[in-house]
Design a protein around this ligand. Sequence first.
Ligand code: NCD
Length: 319
Amino acid sequence: MTFTARHLLGIEHLHPVEITTLLDLADRYVDLNRSAQKHSDVLAGLTQINMFFESSTRTQASFELAGKRLGADVMNMAMAHSSLKKGETLIDTALTLNAMHPDLLVVRHPASGAVNLLAEKVNCAVLNAGDGRHEHPTQALLDALTIRRAKGRLHRLTVAICGDIAHSRVARSNLLLLGKMENRVRLIGPPTLMPAGVAEFGCEVFDDMRAGLEGADVVMMLRLQKERMDGGFIPSEREYYHRYGLDAEKLGYAKDDAIVMHPGPMNRGVEIDGTIADDINRSVIQEQVEMGVAVRMAAMDLLARNLRESRLKKALGGG
Ligand code: NCD
């Protein structure tokens, strides 16, 4: 077994071998998802609860589909209507759910670190579906699978991550994963949208798009995370698009076969030109969505194996 984690809380504590194991399994789930049958029973008998305290389209839908395709009983908690509105704390909500014996808990929360805290309180496997500006591990893994399939490898590539780096959990998880797999990462954006201490990340930082994109294999665009901004980080969206929006002219500085990525939701005309996003020769944005289902299937499959094994050990008195 080369994947030993109990939870999937972030990329930070994953070993490169665990990343490769997960991506290899996800490749097999891509094949399953493209077949007529699309069904397996590896999670049969297990209960998966999705708790999204922040809005989500792709991530929630793909976790739900992933669980259903693997035969789990899937429940979506409508957190906007939950007792949190009546003042119950996150931990009390988690303990209540824990008493219902879930096996897999998928959590998205606006506070960085909230999902780690919750994982300490429950007996099941927890998957982080995005916590504040901290981590979004399944997004980085689906991006990695998309890159590996498009480029034929996941090492020695030059990857430019562009835009609102400071507020982005997608950027953070990608930076960690791409670094572990020995790629060269460049961060591009206005200095106001670079995180404090960015120099320690061991990557190159640019505030000029053309210089940063020069020779890149992969161009990853990010949305301005306005919900995490408390003031004027950019002069105006028009000005931002002019300097940092990806259009054909700026993309021309990257390699001729560079791919364009975006985790969604996309703001056309702000961080990316609509025609680039729709260009099937350059954009892999739809592939990212497809890989998202497969990666989440792989992650839940591996965590469920570890969960079953640890329960068996406990039942046999082995700890
Ligand atoms: C991202 C997120 O929620 O962090 N979206 C996603 O999961 N696909 C990126 C974003 O919201 O901009």
